[in-house]
Design a protein around this ligand. Sequence first.
Ligand SMILES: [Zn+2]
Ligand SMILES: [Zn+2]
Length: 347
Amino acid sequence: MLVARTTAPKRIEFQQRPVPSVGADEALIRVEHVTLCGTDLHIWEGEYVNPFPLVQGHEFVGRVVKTGEEFAGARVGDRVVPSPMRFCRRCSACRAGRHNVCEHISVLGCYEDGALADYVVVPSGSVWRVPDGLPADLAPLSEPVSIAMQAVRRGRPEAGELALVLGCGPIGLIATRHLSDLGVDVVAADTVTKRAETAGRFGAVGALVIDPAGAFPSRESVTAAGQCTPDRPVTLVIEATGSPDALAGALEIAAHASRVVLVGISDRTAQIPMRTIPLKELDVLGSRNSRDLIGEGLGFVNRHRALLRSLITHRFAVTDLEVALRTMRDDAANVGKILIDLPAVNE
Ligand SMILES: [Zn+2]
Ligand SMILES: [Zn+2]
C-alpha cells in the first residue's frame, strides 16, 4: 500500500508498505477521504510535538475491508469514520470517563501513523457508521464537528442566551451552527472580514470584525451586534482562536456568572488580570478532542450537508499532498477545509 510520510518539516515522501495485519479485536479500513486541519499544518511545518517521520491524517472515512473475530462496531463493507484517539483506560481521566483528555493520549496522524495511507488498522469500538445517503467525502468533517460539539457541550448552553464565538475558522463556524440549533443567539468574531462574514450563513445573528491592532470589542458592541438589550449580556464565550488577546477579551466581555470555553490551543502566554475570574465567578473551561461525539457529529453533518460542503474550499489527490499543505499556509487562498482523496480500489 502507498503511504504519505512527513519525514521532516515541509517534506512529504511516498512509501510502499505491506498492508498491515489485523488482530482479533481490530479492523482494516480502506481509507477513502481525509480532511486537513490546522494541526496538520503545524505538524507539516515542524511546530508540533510529533515524531518524524509520521503519516499524518486524523480526520478520515473509509470502508471496513477486514475484521478480526472480536471486532465490534461495524461489519465488512460498512463505511465508517474512526476516532483517531487512543487512550490508556487506566489514568484518572480515563477512569472518570473522560478519555478525550487521557494523560497518555495518542492521536492517529498526530502522534502515531494516521490515515494518509491506503489502509489503516483501528481497534474495536472506535468506529461510527456513516448514515446511508451521506456523501462519503463529507463524512470526515464529523471529526472536527465533534471537536466543536465538545466545546459547546462543555459550555452548558441554554436556549435564549447570548453567546460570543471568537474565531470563524471551521471550529468556530461549526460551534456557531450548533449553538444556533440549540436556540442560542450567537455573535461571531474574527480578525478577517471575509471570515467574519461567513458566520451569518452558519446561523450567527451578528458578526464582528476585530482589528488586531486596535482595541478589543467592548461588551456593549457585542450586545449591539447580537441585537440584544443590555440586560441580555454575553453569558457564554467559545474561544476558538488560541490568541492571548482573545482570551483576555473574552474574560472582559463575559457577564458575571457566565462560562468561557477555550478550544483554541497555542503555545503563547496570556496575561490576564487575577481579579476578573473570581470577581465574576466565571467558569473557565478547557475543551479537547471529543467524548465520543463523532456519531453525533455524523448526524450533524447529515443535517447540514450543504453548509458543510461550503466549508470545503479545496480538493487534492493524495499525491498532491504537499501542494495542499502549501495552499493551506497561503492566506490569499482563503482556505476553509481541504479534502484529500485516496485512490479508489475495487475490493
Ligand atoms: Zn483536525
Ligand atoms: Zn488514560
